[in-house]
Write a protein that binds this ligand. Structure first.
Ligand code: HEC
Length: 139
């Protein structure tokens, strides 16, 4: 499941225009204007890049030094959280209650994952599962 999603996103990065037609998110608000639509696409590509980096970081063999790994994971998650919050502040988007509800679920998963990585001892379980939260909006 996880790998299917990730593969779809990597495909999207390689062949963005074509793939985005195939992976229409089912919550796409119909009345988005074009500027907002561009913002969503840009943020999504940035999210996809970061989730992929996070995955590579957590799978690194041999594991990246503990503190390096921890601080990179924290900054990737914090960055994703900030982008998600920025998206939900976008004027017309906040009127679409279903979309913003899913965005805020996603943002809380990112926050929970970041807090788990920052706790003592660091716990990476939620960070590794973050890609699953993309399914709030993607099949
Ligand atoms: C709150 C809902 C939501 C969440 C959560 C979400 N997405 Fe999206 N995503 C969308 C919407 C809406 C689109 C635009 C779909 C369209 O245009 O048909 C999209 C499009 C995309 C695209 C295509 C972008 C493009 O420019 O073609 C990618 C890649 C993507 N998302 C990756 C992700 C990844 C990776 C995650 C999880 C880290 C994620 N999304 C989480 C709503 C979401």
């Amino acid at each position: 499941m996880r790998w299917l999603i990730l593969a779809a996103f990597l495909g999207a990065l390689a062949a963005c225009a074509q793939t985005s037609r195939q992976m229409r998110a089912h919550t796409y608000p119909q009345s988005f204007d074009y500027i907002t639509r561009d913002d969503v696409h840009d943020s999504m590509l940035q999210l996809a890049l970061r989730v992929q980096r996070l995955d590579a970081l957590l799978r690194a063999e041999p594991p990246t030094q503990d503190e390096t790994r921890r601080s990179e994971a924290v900054s990737l998650l914090a960055d994703m959280e900030a982008r998600t919050q920025q998206l939900s502040r976008g004027g017309s988007i906040s009127n679409h209650s279903e979309f913003s509800a899913r965005l805020s679920h996603f943002a809380s998963d990112l926050r929970a994952a970041r807090e788990a990585v920052q706790s003592e001892p660091a716990n990476y379980f939620l960070a590794g599962a973050v890609v699953g939260s993309c399914t709030y909006c993607h099949r």
